[in-house]
Design a protein around this ligand. Sequence first.
Ligand code: ZN
Ligand code: ZN
Length: 349
Amino acid sequence: MRALRYHGPGDIRLEDVDEPEVGPGQVKLRIAYNGICGSDLHEYYTGPTMVPVSAPNPVTGVQAPVVIGHECGGTVVAVGEGVNDVTPGTLVAVEPIQRCGRCRECVAGRYNLCSRMAAFGYTTGYGGLAEYTVVDRVMVHPLPVGFSEQQSAVIEPLAVAYHAARRAEVLAGQTVVVHGAGPVGLGTALTARHFGAEVIVVDPSPNRRALVEALGGTTVLDPGDGDLVAAIRDLTDGRGAEASIDAAGAASALRVAVESTAKEGSIVLVGVHHKPLELAAAPLMMGEIDVRFSMTYRGDFPLVIEAMAAGAYPLDGWVSTVPIGDAVEKGFEALRNGGAMKILVDPAA
Ligand SMILES: [Zn+2]
Ligand SMILES: [Zn+2]
């Protein structure tokens, strides 16, 4: 089968590799689409961070080259021994956390914090940027009839967003500011809107602001347009937002969040910061504002699927597709240059 394998930074190759074989407790999928993620760009341009290149991964024993890609959906084509609750022909979304199931965190249901976790698409050998893959049954979520193949592949980034919105404990009628309108920021805004919150989205890119605006239901602000803290306070009768979500991983977003979050509100960091954080402690302490982090997801996939079935996540304007042969040139490069939001790779095209 055709697969995109990561050999090292700047070195992803379209190769012909053996199809993975389904083992006990596993399912084999024909991949419909696999989205390219910001983490994949990091791995390609500045990695390796996740892929074990110089030594095997201690949990899986896998070493580069690996088939990358972790945002995917597909159709079940075979099931392994012991799997009797999902049948071939079913469209599923893949939840790419391969958990140990036995550690303290897994036993408590906090599998996103598993200490012996493997990451599908980085440390498991077979990822989503291929014609076929194999995963544990627990990692697939069957989708309702009527879901499209494109929808199956965006559920993963939306689950990241959904978890962040849950961490913010957003209630109907409250105001949420989302800093950064990449796919996760956009997903967080749509989730908060689905929860009944008033949503303000902040992003410096005119393209992204236009895109969010076109989806409707949110107020969009340009951080370069005057005093952002004052603008957020104006929109909230002076009190600030009950939740501020940093989906940008930007120090400037955090500075604004500290000054524009309501008393007893929360600041949730879902964007990745590569430098130590600088937070002004006084306003956080004076307002008893919680600062929290959000790490991937746990239990969020079924909730995203339910919200998606209710129409919470229109794909208009922010999702496009490329054939697998063009994934680096028209996928990775286009995302790096800021010309696209979410690019889904079609392994069959
Ligand atoms: Zn991702
Ligand atoms: Zn575990």
